[in-house]
Write a protein that binds this ligand. Structure first.
Ligand SMILES: [Zn+2]
Length: 663
């Protein structure tokens, strides 16, 4: 990956500035030669990407690729694919209830009880299953230091043959981030997505070692072409969002159930890269007599219309044009490619240079450029390195960085703490948060802003000026789509119950009957009768567990390890160590204590003496009553008695670990 990034860097760089020359005009022969070699290397990478892309046009080539790469990527003895990431989902005895003839089934696997988290849905008709999106939930402090959380597809591993395809709406990680775990467990079903979305999926599967086993089917959402996935008829169409090439999905079963499935969307009549929302085409879909419309609830509490990208463009241009002193550092999401294009165009106009900071920022920009979603003239964008910035005046530098959400090791965090190798923030630097705060991250982001202000930097957020807009529809946009689609049933999705309920109320306000609004939790099952008939909600609920990735392992979020972490975060640790005679059970020597976060220095002697006395008393009384008690039972009694004692005496509840060693 490092070579890959270096080559992208060079491709984006053009040339490295020299002390006594204008970096946009002068090139030495040596430099030219170096560039030629770098471009040659870049072409090699491009060829590799194109080779993967060719598979899109011919799914049969999957077999050929497998043969070519079978040394690199493995299958187990059952012929199951194994990537580099953990795909060992726990076993479950749950089977989907039988589906009546002609009925079409819908089930949220994840995404209906939370916002911005590991979205995934299942649709079933007869023996055919299709899945929509497969996201990841980013870890926050509440997730107790696991890496991230993924959707639980344990029950689906029994249905590999029935799964006909994975339909992907857009390239955000909460929609594609778990594919590297889920695809091998489900038999590597073909992936259907638009061009940019496939570009980011390819990168993820390349890291996972799954490219030779993957089947990519590229969809041009602008054409209106329909295609078959199993027995389903599917059509993609474009909508606006915060990442290029975002799509809605029209899906029709042979049973005559017609669904319009949105995930993230908004209406933008003046977007930065994509075309404006095609309302005429969406209106035409209404004529098909839609059975079910599923719609993004993220912005349901916000009144009015979301702001256009054009407003942000104008605001950023005004800031850049008037910026005369210090660096301009812009923190944004690395997948917000239209924002990068806006900045590239502005920088070209005002003779500034963009420096990219953060791994995902550099990778996503490289992929977007390669796929034709970014138009960058040579020399405008460079990688953030001390060498690249050395000879460019600070007010000519625009640093575009990740870290707008506090991510602990992100580039902006390092800048704010003076740990970044290329940027030390000083007085006159201006930091723009061209982003919104993901719910739950507020305190951490404010923490970064505090650090930046302490360094005398100027901070601008979307609350100050129009430097960011949401990627999700507000209430008035939601009303427009409800009016355009006019489905028989409406299901608010993608959001906590609060957001989905507000969205449902908006639909009622628009004249929808309450009984035709479906509110589903993750794992709920609804079956639609043939030809736009009634809907039946099953009493059976699929057991969807909370799964987390922690290091190389996949675990249940309620495992004893996570619970122990939670206890240690909220309490303290006391280890009580006994050495006892194997035959007589008598305590030998002193009882030893180790405590963490329990005892203050001034009280240590008194409290340690008290705990030792009580520990001896509990041990000796227990052994006296039952001399041959098993060690695990003895430890349990010691723990519970000491817990009660410390709660009573100190009003503290440490995690207590008694250890009994027989000698
Ligand atoms: Zn999104």
């Amino acid at each position: 990956m490092k070579d890959f990034l270096d080559e992208l860097d060079q491709e984006l760089d053009g040339k490295t500035p020299t002390p006594n020359s204008d970096d946009k005009k002068i090139e030495s022969v040596k430099e030219e030669k170096k560039q030629t070699e770098q471009k040659r290397e870049w072409r090699k990478i491009t060829l590799v990407l194109k080779k993967d892309q060719n598979k899109t046009d011919n799914t049969n080539s999957k077999q050929n690729n497998k043969k070519k790469d079978n040394k690199t990527y493995s299958k187990n003895s059952n012929g199951e694919v194994r990537g580099k990431f953990n795909s060992n989902f726990p076993e479950t005895k749950f089977y989907l209830p039988s589906l009546r003839k002609g009925y079409t089934r819908y089930m949220p696997i994840w995404g209906n009880n939370e916002t911005w988290a590991k979205n995934m849905w299942m649709i079933q008709y007869w023996d055919d299953i299709v899945l929509i999106d497969c996201g990841v939930q980013f870890a926050d402090k509440d997730m107790l230091w696991v890496n991230y959380s993924i959707p639980d597809v344990s029950f689906l591993t029994k249905y590999k043959k029935e799964i006909k395809g994975m339909l992907i709406t857009h390239a955000h990680l909460d929609h594609i981030g778990s594919l590297k775990h889920v695809l091998p467990a489900l038999g590597m079903p073909p992936i259907y997505a638009t061009r940019f979305t496939l570009g980011l999926i390819r990168k993820s599967l390349e890291e996972a070692g799954l490219i030779p086993h993957a089947t990519f089917i590229e969809i041009d959402a602008s054409t209106g072409d329909k295609f078959k996935v199993g027995s389903f008829t599917v059509e993609y169409f474009n909508v606006n969002h915060s990442v290029p090439d975002c799509a809605w999905i029209y899906l029709e079963s042979e049973g005559g159930t017609k669904m319009v499935h949105t995930w993230d969307f908004k209406i933008d009549h003046t977007p930065a890269i994509d075309k404006p929302a095609d309302l005429d085409r969406i209106k035409a879909i209404w004529d098909r007599d839609i059975s079910l419309f599923l719609s993004d609830s993220t912005g349901s509490t916000r009144k009015g219309f979301s702001m256009s990208e054009k407003n942000v463009w104008e605001e950023l241009e005004r800031i850049v044009a008037n910026h005369k002193r210090g660096r301009l550092i812009i923190a944004t999401f690395s997948s917000w490619i239209s924002r990068i294009q806006q900045l590239v165009d502005i920088c070209e106009k005002y003779d500034k240079t963009i420096f990219l900071s953060g791994r995902s920022m550099i990778e996503n920009v490289a992929i977007a450029k390669e796929l034709g979603y970014l138009n960058i003239k040579q020399g405008i964008v460079k990688k953030m390195t001390p060498k690249n910035t050395e000879w460019i005046a600070p007010h000519k530098q625009i640093v575009v960085t990740t870290g707008s959400q506090w991510e602990e090791f992100s580039a902006l965090s390092r800048m704010a703490e003076w740990r970044h190798t290329s940027v030390e923030i000083i007085r006159w630097d201006t930091i723009i948060f061209s982003s919104s705060i993901v719910p739950g991250n507020e305190k951490s982001v404010i923490g970064i802003i505090n650090k930046l202000i302490k360094l005398w930097a100027r901070v601008i957020t979307k609350d100050d000026w129009e430097v960011h807009t949401w990627g999700h529809a507000f209430q008035e946009e939601q009303k427009i789509f409800l009016e355009l689609i006019r489905p028989k049933y409406f299901m608010p999705i993608f959001g906590d119950l609060y957001f989905r309920t507000v969205h449902a109320n908006t639909a009622i306000w628009e004249g929808f009957k309450e009984e035709n609004i479906l509110m589903l939790d993750n794992g709920n099952i609804v079956d639609f009768a043939p030809n736009n008939g009634s809907v039946f909600k099953s009493r059976i609920k699929a057991p969807i567990a909370e799964l987390v990735i922690d290091g190389h392992g996949m675990w249940l979020a309620n495992s004893h390890v996570i619970k122990a972490r939670e206890k240690m975060m909220n309490a303290w640790v006391l280890v009580v160590s006994f050495k006892v005679d194997k035959k007589t059970k008598a305590i030998l020597g002193h009882i030893k204590l180790e405590t963490r976060g329990l005892v203050y220095l001034e009280e240590v002697r008194f409290i340690h003496r008290m705990i030792i006395k009580k520990s001896r008393e509990v041990y000796e009384n227990t052994v006296k009553d039952v001399p041959d008690m098993e060690e695990k039972d003895l430890v349990k009694i010691l723990r519970t008695d000491l817990e009660k004692f410390l709660l009573h005496k100190l009003d503290r509840e440490p995690m207590i670990i008694p250890m009994v060693t027989e000698v």
